[in-house]
Write a protein that binds this ligand. Structure first.
Ligand SMILES: C[C@@H](O)[C@H](NC(=O)OP(=O)(O)OC[C@H]1O[C@@H](n2cnc3c(N)ncnc32)[C@H](O)[C@@H]1O)C(=O)O
Ligand SMILES: Nc1ncnc2c1ncn2[C@@H]1O[C@H](COP(=O)(O)OP(=O)(O)OP(=O)(O)O)[C@@H](O)[C@H]1O
Ligand SMILES: [Fe+2]
Length: 567
């Protein structure tokens, strides 16, 4: 990026009417923000857009004045090189105000317009301030919650909320108890005096859901459980869920860098958990300084500068806003060739997670060699492999980032479920390892060693089709695998074994079956260079055995823009 670039950024997707100047030469970011504060309840889209209408001209005016004062060139030249604005996702009425302001300004100044995806900006600001090359990003914001990682020219959504965003979920709880918006900081404060009470915990592969835990939290409060205990436990469970899926994403992609973005990133407990998880697996963690976490125009200006330098500007007639703009829709034009060649690589990731990672054949992605004894660290467990003895010992070790009571509950539950569902699946004709021992209190399983390598290191349409059939068989028998990724399938010639049933459960809901298939689909997208034929093969396999309605629902799940307004 040329060092002399100066960009004026505008943000206004929901509550923050914000403008910023980014100067690439000095790396200075100056931000002016005027926050919308609802008088009661949550964010009202109409009120919020009225706020944008009133406040955007002011904040932009102040930044423009600052840009003029600090401009070196002749007065006849524009004081910035381009105007960048948030195109979405966000509330339609707010986005339209911002879009109109940005277009007008670019015309008056006679500089190009840059259209920024707000979620990608939450990620890129962390990459910018950390200097990390290819991190996994956890976006923990109000209206969203998802995990992103770069692969082949796009930010892929590895996992996301299946219902509301994380901040909005917390804000709904605080509305229920009568606290003013935004609720997140108040929950953090109250949690300091709380004790742990049991609440639901829902992760599905790298996806997660907040609706169950939120209704349970409201119910506990209504039953008279002290509000500080509910707040404390809400934080413990929700943030453990986010930390767990982040660890799974690091494990799956092989990345050893994690960045945090979004307003909930202000929360010290969330940051503490993520830092501890990363430290334990030898990964680096970065949270940008507070002013870059919640919505702000600084992140829009910084990404705007990268896009501008790459020639990624917008013609006026193409500059419409998009309330459902997903991060994976954005062609990533600003990451140079050298960065692209260091794409997240499934093979090297696999290798990094193995404690004998120095061996060159692993770096080449051969997976676990049948002739070798070794230890593998998955996202959850430590697995001792004895291929010669035909045996595997899997231990779910304590995760110190989560509350001991929750940790013990999850490890026990998952060990029991893994034992039960592994056997049930085999009875349904799905190849799985034979179980030889279970120790619930130690959270330890002894299983048969199966396959020659992970599917991730040996992707083929035939094998993936087989996995599609296997999943359909489980669903027909009334349960889901829960985490069917390319690393939880072992292959041997053309035979595919399913392993790691710890996140499985019994269910007769089409939605759950579709989600199971969706998790597999996402892992294909996240790990294969050319995922399309494989995705097709998975569906074909499922169709051979399973219920067409599940595939129809999968289509809905995929098409669902998960941005939900707060009203
Ligand atoms: C699309 C865009 O408009 C949206 N923006 C957004 O949601 O604002 P953001 O600034 O990223 O996050 C606000 C949320 O962040 C929560 N929050 C702020 N401080 C918090 C804290 N200390 N602990 C927990 N939550 C906190 C608030 O309660 C609120 O729900 C988004 O990025 O999803
Ligand atoms: N029965 C088995 N036979 C052969 N290899 C196995 C077996 N069980 C596990 N492995 C190997 O160990 C790795 C980790 O195992 P597993 O997925 O059960 O652990 P985990 O911690 O739950 O992992 P994650 O949550 O990352 O999927 C697998 O990807 C596979 O390579
Ligand atoms: Fe945001």
């Amino acid at each position: 990026m040329s060092n002399s670039i100066r960009i004026l950024g505008i943000e206004g997707t929901a509550w923050a009417a914000s403008a910023a100047l980014f100067d690439a030469e000095t790396d200075d970011v100056v931000i002016e923000t005027d926050a919308y504060q609802p008088e009661s309840g949550g964010i009202h889209p109409r009120e919020a857009s009225e706020h944008m209408h009133d406040a955007i001209p002011d904040v932009v005016g102040r930044i423009l004045e600052h840009a003029r004062e600090t401009h070196d060139g002749p007065v006849s030249e524009p004081p910035v090189d381009a105007v960048a604005f948030s195109r979405g996702p966000g509330l339609g009425p707010c986005l339209r105000v911002v879009g109109t302001a940005a277009r007008a300004l670019s015309q008056v100044l006679e500089v190009p317009l840059v259209g920024v995806n707000h979620m990608v900006a939450h990620l890129e600001i962390g990459r910018h301030t950390s200097g990390f090359d290819s991190p996994v990003c956890l976006n923990a914001s109000g209206a969203n919650a998802h995990l992103l990682a770069y692969r082949n020219g796009r930010y892929r959504v590895l996992g996301e909320t299946m219902d509301t965003g994380v901040g909005n979920s917390i804000d709904k709880f605080t509305r229920h108890v009568g606290w003013s918006h935004p609720g997140g900081p108040k929950v953090e404060q109250a949690a300091k005096d709380g004790e742990y009470v049991d609440l639901p915990y829902v992760v599905k592969g790298m996806d997660f859901s907040f609706s169950g835990i939120m209704s349970a939290a409201k119910q506990r409060y209504d039953e008279g459980v002290p509000v500080e205990d509910v707040c404390y436990s809400l934080q413990e469970n929700i943030f453990s869920m986010l930390t767990e899926v982040s660890e799974r994403a690091l494990s799956l992609t092989g990345s050893d860098e994690l960045v945090l973005g979004g307003g909930v990133g202000h929360n010290a407990r969330l940051r503490e958990m993520l830092a501890e998880m990363c430290a334990q697996r030898g990964a680096e963690f970065h949270a940008p300084e507070p002013r870059f976490l919640g919505d702000n125009a600084g992140m829009i200006a910084v990404l705007g500068a990268k896009m501008y330098a790459a020639g990624d500007t917008l013609a006026l007639e193409e500059s419409h806003v998009d309330p459902n703009f997903r991060p994976d829709q954005v062609p990533v034009t600003w990451r140079g060739r050298s960065e692209r060649s260091e794409d997240l690589d499934n093979a090297s990731g696999d290798a990094r997670n193995r404690e004998r990672a120095a061996e060159p054949e692993l770096a080449a992605g051969r997976g676990v060699d049948a002739a070798d004894d070794s230890q593998v660290r998955g996202a959850e467990a430590l697995v001792d492999l004895e291929p010669t003895g035909g045996r595997v010992t899997k231990r779910r070790r304590a995760k110190t980032y989560r509350h001991p009571a929750l940790d013990e509950r999850l490890r026990k539950e998952r060990t029991t479920l893994e034992a039960r569902l592994t056997s049930l699946a085999r009875r349904e004709g799905v190849p799985t390892p034979v179980l030889s021992d279970v120790d619930q209190t130690e959270a330890r399983l002894e299983l048969e060693y199966v396959g020659e390598r992970d599917l991730q290191a040996a992707l083929s349409s035939d094998r993936v089709r087989d996995v599609g059939r296997h999943l359909a068989r489980l669903h027909q028998a009334g349960f889901v695998h829960g985490d069917p990724t390319t690393r939880n399938v072992r292959v041997d010639g053309e035979k595919a074994y399913l392993i790691d049933f710890g996140l499985g459960y019994h269910t007769d809901h089409v939605e759950d079956y579709a989600m199971d298939l969706h998790v597999f689909d996402q892992s294909l997208v996240g790990t294969a260079d050319d995922p399309e034929p494989l995705r097709e093969a998975a569906r074909d396999g499922y169709r051979d055995v399973g219920d067409e309605r599940v595939l129809e629902r999968l289509h809905d799940v995929e098409g669902r823009g998960r941005y939900q307004s707060d009203t």
